[in-house]
Design a protein around this ligand. Structure first.
Ligand SMILES: [Cu+2]
Length: 102
């Protein structure tokens, strides 16, 4: 019983830390990308992205999850955007997205 309580307390703490980290997209490097495909139904986006140093990834075209599905309503294929990307529960996730400055 005591151990179960400790486990629950530790899990709650980890969840708090994880959500604090996930929400802190301001600290993440801003990455230039071009939208290739928007999949609203499955909340995914295909981006041709520049290097992403915080997850040690080179430039490529790939599919990402999005933190907030509302992000998908702002963009269309062909748009140039600036994104922040992080790993959330093991999945590469777009944390923020805005139109690239011309
Ligand atoms: Cu990639």
């Amino acid at each position: 019983m005591k151990n179960a309580f400790k486990f629950m307390a530790a899990s709650a703490l980890l969840a708090t830390v994880a959500s604090a980290l996930a929400q802190d997209s301001a600290a993440l490097p801003r990455i230039e990308a071009e939208v290739r495909k928007v999949d609203t139904a499955s909340q995914k986006i295909t981006l041709k992205h520049a290097e992403i140093p915080n997850i040690d990834m080179g430039a490529m075209t790939m599919v990402f999850r999005v933190r907030d599905p509302a992000l998908l309503r702002q963009v269309n294929p062909g748009d140039r955007v600036t994104v922040t990307v992080d790993r959330v529960e093991g999945a590469l996730t777009v944390m923020s997205m805005e139109a690239a400055k011309p």
